[in-house]
Write a protein that binds this ligand. Sequence first.
Ligand code: NZQ
Ligand code: ZN
Length: 386
Amino acid sequence: MLNFEFQNPTKIIFGKNQISKLSSEIPDGAKVLMVYGGGSIKRNGIYEQVMAALKEYKVTEFGGVSANPEYEVLLKALKIIKDDEVDFILAVGGGSVIDGVKFLSGAATYAGDEPWDLLAKGIRTYKGLPFGTVLTLPATGSEMNSGAVITRAETKEKRVMGGPGLFPQFSMLDPQVIQSIPKRQIANGLVDSFSHVIEQYMTYPVAARLQDRIAESVMQTLIETAPKIMKDPGNYEAASDFMWSCTMALNGLLRVGTPNDWSTHMIAHELTALYGIDHARTLAIIHPSHLRFNLEDKMEKLAQYGERVWGIIEGSIEEKAKKAIEKTEEYFHSLEIDTRLSDYTNDYEGTAKIIKQRFEERGWQELGERQSITPEVVEKIVEMSY
Ligand code: NZQ
Ligand code: ZN
């Protein structure tokens, strides 16, 4: 196992009707900015629950944060925070709203002139404006981590930011919110969370047996839960397993003491930036070719995953590893998620070159657990995914 430090300060409040406890988590007298997305919370009853719980506070609402939260929109919320001297932000939504609020938390305390620098220059936030979340869509794990992904439509960029000051103070996880989520978004959550485990697990063995087994358990639980929650989002037991698996997949616990490879996510973000494809679907496009291209480097872990998660017991290590990639692709297909770029756009020629150039410009020369994912390799992986 590699050396590590681990600290995750987010308080999780999980279960039925927990949103009513909001007032015990937000400081008395706080001026609250409540941030939400395109309006689903006004149709499924979550808005009423939140506002009832906040009745003692001075609350300003900011709606309209889109999927893949947009920088220009967030700047309007930042102005409200500064003009109204807001001292607590509440995110009510999925990963996009929560990430948008993380940006606001960092930008509100950032002394520089250009908040985009937090993303473009990778400036970390050590102390942000306090915020909490009410999670409405399990997928990203953003409710219990300190990362955010922000999009800038003007330049077709999607960049990441983070820092220890960007953990939510608390997150409310009520599995009942899943009832109203469209199937497409549930499928996205099942793939995004699965992908988060792959990124932290599918590298090379370092005798981190506990982390391996926790990762395998999260993947097995997602696979077992997928057909149940796709069939009936109102199934509370399945919803609970789904929600907690998504949080566990990216709250930092799987990552500790192990090599990681986040290059699939970094490549996939470019596909959303260029074509607007849902985050999870871009991962489903890149993962199979990424794993095939890097078969040699990832073979041992792929075979272990094949054996333990998919029950593949026949064949050599290489055969098991290859079969495991097929199984992964089948899992995506079972959720009606396509795995080729050409399934999503006819305009894919040249994509690999654009992404290669972008990685070169940013100096991303050595991604992956062995620093072997160069811009040239990225180009090949994207071509393989056409
Ligand atoms: O905007 P509203 O109207 O609320 O509708 C949303 C949105 O259209 C809808 N939705 C959410 N909860 C619902 C609901 N509809 C009905 N009932 C509910 N209870 O779902 C749609 C998608 O929401 P969004 O927040 O965009 O989805 P997701 O949670 O998948 O977040 C995706 C974003 O998170 C980033 C992605 O890149 C993407 O921008 N990620 C963030 C990560 C992190 N911070 O750790 C890690 C991930 O890898 C990911 O990159
Ligand atoms: Zn993701």
